[in-house]
Design a protein around this ligand. Structure first.
Ligand SMILES: Nc1ncnc2c1ncn2[C@@H]1O[C@H](COP(=O)(O)OP(=O)(O)O)[C@@H](O)[C@H]1O
Ligand SMILES: O=P(O)(O)OC[C@H]1O[C@](O)(COP(=O)(O)O)[C@@H](O)[C@@H]1O
Ligand SMILES: [Mg+2]
Length: 498
């Protein structure tokens, strides 16, 4: 037996013992608590707790109690009755009893458990074996989350067995990668580095191999950092762990540069990406301004949502037109992009276009196989996008040559900073955000919750059932004020054919 293997077998045996001892106990269901008064219904998005299927787990006093820096005072610890409301905007005229209202509208208040430390925890620190994995595309701040999980587990809860799983989900079972034992010394400067030191990948999700590996290696806390696809995988892992009645907490930390994860306010790394995009937009502006009939074209990330393009446009003020997947655009004819550019070039001599990579996909000619859905999927099953930037550049050139035979000069400078905006270290705001997320995840797992994702909801950190996050999608609301503002700032077309 190699060094460390004894530990692993003992930990795996512990897990099986927990499951066996509790097998006879009926599971405690965790249904939503609905509390009703005359005006409102509270819909608590309840979480699974390990005691739902292992009802006799022992509790321990939270070690934060004895860390002198914390001096837990009354109110420091949170309880299951501490919640956050999701919708905080109300029209008072619709509330019951208000003078102008003839009808009685019942408000549904969606509530989530608040994230934070609990007085009693369900893990003895010396028995914790934590695994951390990063999946999907890169995003600024992934390394910070890894750092803070390691340091938080180590310093706050005294955990000494922390393992990094290499290269995404496949790393749990791959014969070619061993888990990496992690400690604070190894991660101290990670917040200054882009990417993920654990490496990441797409595809490779094999439920049984993954859960067998988790069980056999004795991991009892699994921290999964990833986006929508990763969370769909996390739901399956969590369900299988529950089915096997294992004392393993599964915590999701939502990651995506696209900001397309639902429920939470925004995803980490998004603000850093928006900031990085400014450099590309500024360069496109300079190039366009310095040419006769110059067009600067910038393609930004956003597979199915235009958040980065929208926010980068609004912050820059150099953009003339922003194209996002949520709004179908067209090139020719009245109200189209060419007509708009014609007038902008006449007026200013130059124009800047920002296009989200998922925009205009229906306009770009694709191969027969791709059209029939036989090609163009990445290893995770995500559609591989056609290059809207390259296509737009060539369409612009064709248009100019065709419609302006007398005018020789026309320049399109296409900038694709795709990977540059996500392969950087997180900025200060995102670094702080990542720290709070990691701590929220640790507190939740230690408290015995499982199958949750942590994230800010109206500025407060909460725990959201993982299946809800896996099924939610955050798209740009083209009916709200922000999009109206883009249109008014740019005076760009709305692409509604009349
Ligand atoms: N429906 C699914 N069920 C199980 N695993 C999935 C599912 N969708 C994606 N995954 C896995 O999650 C990981 C990351 O997914 P991907 O879509 O590439 O990135 P992201 O999580 O950032 O959206 C991959 O290993 C992929 O195989
Ligand atoms: O890393 P890849 O496979 O080139 O993927 C690029 C895609 O990743 C993204 O950054 C989003 O990735 P996730 O879904 O993993 O968060 C998209 O903006 C982009 O389309
Ligand atoms: Mg995704």
């Amino acid at each position: 037996m190699e060094a460390g293997e004894e530990d692993i077998s003992a930990a795996a045996a512990n897990l099986r013992n927990d499951a066996h001892q509790q097998q006879q106990q009926p599971p405690v269901s965790s249904s939503n608590i609905i509390s009703v008064d005359n005006n409102s219904v509270i819909n608590l998005h309840s979480l699974t707790h390990l005691t739902d299927y292992l009802p006799h787990l022992q509790t321990h006093v939270n070690p934060l109690d004895s860390i002198p820096f914390f001096h837990p005072i009354s109110g420091f610890y949170l309880s299951p009755t501490d919640v956050i409301f999701r919708n905080i905007l109300f029209d008072l005229s619709l509330s019951a009893g208000s003078s102008g209202s003839a009808t009685h509208h019942l408000q549904q208040l969606d509530a989530y458990h608040r994230a934070g430390p609990r007085k009693h925890i369900y893990f003895d620190h010396s028995h914790v074996r934590a695994a951390i994995v990063t999946c999907g595309g890169l995003c600024p701040g992934m390394n910070t989350v890894i750092r803070e999980l390691v340091v938080g587990l180590w310093d706050l809860y005294g955990v000494r067995h922390i393992f990094g799983i290499k290269s995404g989900y496949r790393g749990f079972y791959s014969a070619s990668t061993d888990p990496v034992p992690l400690c604070p010394n190894m991660v101290h400067d990670l917040h200054k580095r882009g990417g993920t030191v654990l490496e990441t990948s797409r595809g490779g999700f094999d439920l049984h191999l993954i859960v067998n590996a988790i069980e056999n290696r004795g991991y009892n806390q699994v921290y999964i950092i990833g986006g929508d696809g990763t969370m769909r995988g996390a739901v399956k892992i969590f369900e299988e762990i529950k089915r096997r009645k294992l004392k393993i907490a599964v915590a999701g930390i939502p990651k995506t540069v696209d900001n397309d994860v639902g429920v939470i306010d925004r995803s980490f790394g998004f603000q850093t990406a928006v900031e990085m995009a400014q450099e590309a937009i500024s360069a496109a502006h300079v190039e366009a301004e310095s040419a006769v009939n110059g067009v600067g074209l910038v393609k930004l990330m956003g597979r199915s949502t235009g958040h980065i393009a929208l926010h980068a446009t609004l912050s820059s003020r150099d953009v003339d037109c922003c194209l996002i997947p949520e709004i179908e655009f067209y090139l020719e004819g009245k109200g189209g992009l060419f007509e708009f550019l014609e007038s902008r070039l006449k007026q200013n001599g130059h124009a800047v276009l920002v296009v989200a990579e998922g925009a205009g996909q229906n306009l770009i000619p694709r191969s027969k196989e791709a059209a029939e859905g036989q090609a163009g999927k990445d290893e995770s099953g995500n559609a591989v996008l056609l290059d809207v930037g390259g296509w737009l550049k060539s369409e612009l050139k064709k248009w100019w040559g065709r419609d302006h035979p007398e005018e020789e000069l026309f320049t399109v400078k296409y900038i694709d900073p795709t990977y540059m905006i996500r392969a950087v270290a997180a900025n200060a705001t995102d670094n702080l955000y990542c720290t709070l997320l990691a701590h929220a995840a640790i507190h939740g797992a230690m408290a015995g919750y499982s199958g949750f994702v942590c994230g800010p909801i109206n500025g407060n950190y909460g725990y959201i059932p993982v299946e809800e996050v896996a099924g939610a999608n955050n798209v740009v609301d083209t009916n709200d004020h922000k999009w109206a503002w883009v249109r008014s700032v740019n005076n760009q077309p709305d692409f509604m054919r009349t």
